[in-house]
Design a binder for this molecule. Structure first.
Ligand code: NAD
Length: 255
């Protein structure tokens, strides 16, 4: 352990765009076969094909809605038959669920929770035989600085991401008996289609983000991917149950 040579296949949910896509690429670059899961079938297939060509690893593009537990089980079986037993999983599928308290509905609450939070424990449950069978298996959940920083605009999103941190600590305690590690990454503001949409709708949003961040800029998806690749590798063999904040100096800022 600890030599960074884990090369087992990894499932990346939300792998067709933004942070998930960058993570799928980074893992493939490290020689790991990748199953790219996404709601967007065409994009999942094209990302899987592109990274297979670029890095010479086996990949699978899989259309799956992670709100649907039966669909996830079928996707797990299909992905396993293409790539073999999984030794890693990264949950990046997510929705921003913007809507302040007065606009909150049970439907919006479920739509955000089911993708951002509920999918993770059930996918881990489905993958347990795989993860147990591979030494050095590891899981990463993409949380957010919104798990810590209050924002009136998206309470549901914040709750889903704080919930993810609590869930990951509990699962770290459980999974340790099988030598499986699980950690969270909390990105700050990262320049992806999700954030680009909000920035195009709200004037001055990008500038207000940049003002607060010590490094003075948004993050690139690749800067989350390198942290994810590390946490999923044997280099991180003694790290579990943690939140790694990758935010250019946002949570610590008083600017
Ligand atoms: N961009 C940021 O600033 C930022 C900051 C903190 C955390 N995050 C988190 O990072 C993760 C990735 O976000 P992103 O910015 O790359 O967004 P993105 O919109 O570019 O990518 C999200 C991907 O998830 C997929 N997805 C959504 N619902 C799904 C479902 N039900 N089943 C399967 N796939 C589904 C989408 O199709 C999309 O490809 C999310 O969990 C998000 O909350 C993003």
């Amino acid at each position: 352990m600890g030599n960074g040579d884990t090369a087992t296949p990894v499932i990346v949910t939300g792998g067709a765009s933004g942070i998930g896509k960058a993570c799928a690429r980074a893992l493939a670059q490290a020689g790991r076969p990748v199953a790219v899961w996404d709601l967007d079938a065409g994009a999942a297939n094209s990302v899987a094909k592109d990274i297979a060509t670029e890095f010479g690893v086996a990949t699978a593009g899989v259309a799956v809605d992670v709100r649907d537990l039966a669909a996830m089980a079928a996707a797990t079986a299909a992905s396993r038959s293409e790539l073999g037993a999984f030794g890693g999983m990264l949950h990046a599928a997510g929705v921003d669920g913007v809507g302040p308290l007065e606009q909150l509905t049970p439907e919006l609450w479920a739509a955000v929770m089911d993708v951002n939070l509920r999918a993770l424990p059930f996918l881990v449950q489905q993958l347990l035989p795989d993860l147990k069978s591979n030494a050095g298996s590891a899981i990463v959940g993409i949380a957010s600085i919104n798990a810590t920083l209050g924002n009136a605009g998206n309470p549901t999103y914040s709750a889903s991401k704080s919930g993810l941190l609590g869930l990951i600590r509990a699962l770290a305690d459980d999974l340790a008996q099988h030598d499986i590690r699980i950690n969270a990454i909390s990105p700050g503001q990262i320049d992806t289609p999700m954030l680009q949409k909000s920035m195009s709708e709200i004037e001055g949003l990008r500038q207000s983000f940049e003002k607060r961040i010590f490094l003075g800029r948004l993050g690139h998806p690749e800067e989350i991917a390198s942290a994810a690749r590390f946490l999923l590798s044997d280099e991180a063999s003694y790290i579990t149950g943690q939140e790694l904040i990758v935010d250019g100096g946002n949570v610590p800022s008083q600017r």
